[in-house]
Write a protein that binds this ligand. Sequence first.
Ligand code: GLP
Length: 241
Amino acid sequence: MELKIFESADQAANFTAGEIGKLLRLSPKSCLGVATGRTMDAVYHHLCQINKNEKFDCSKVKAFALDEYIGLGRKDENSYRHYLDTHLFRPLGFDIKNTFLPDVHGEDLDIAGYEYEKLIREAGGVDLQILGIGLNGHIALNEPGSAHDSRTRVVALSQKTRESNSSLFRNAQVPLTAMTMGIGTILESRRILLLATGATKAEIILKLVQGDIRSHLPASALKLHKNALLVLDREAAALLG
Ligand code: GLP
């Protein structure tokens, strides 16, 4: 896994947005894997700025979200659908028909997980997968202990993740479960870029960079990937030697 360190969180986010922008410009029919979380706010903000100047056409780009909470209504403002529609899909002019999240509203969620995998395969696989990282090392919502060959499925959220994500919730509790792409699903992406910024991520980044590959640290599976890049700001990289 390659490593790139920027002086500020804003520069790291701008670089990440630039990488997405390059893909959208060069391959208007590409397939993008998108993440949510506070770290992504600045990325999508920069991407919208880049788009203002360059005006790339996103109408044929396909986008697959990493995960979605279970138990929120289709239009709930706390859902990842709402986040991505607001921060990314609508501002950039994606065709909403080409934007996908795990379907958590049907009766059989096992089938929904299987169908999501099928949709990704039929789209030709993800060209560029953007990731953040949780304080406990989760990627998407693959919590510690998730198998490296796990697929899209229902997962229980850890207390740590629920606490950390609670500040993003308005008038509601963080759900107990979600549907997430598996680590195996993520590893099939052609290119992966994980962005971590801020001092709170320094400890988990140290464990990720210097530790072994193990299921207790889900992000460590990215070391198995041939084209994965870890993008950090100074604060997140602060404990690296
Ligand atoms: C959520 C998302 C993850 C994200 C993580 C970190 O749990 N499902 O994809 O990486 O939050 O979020 P933040 O960027 O807010 O620290």
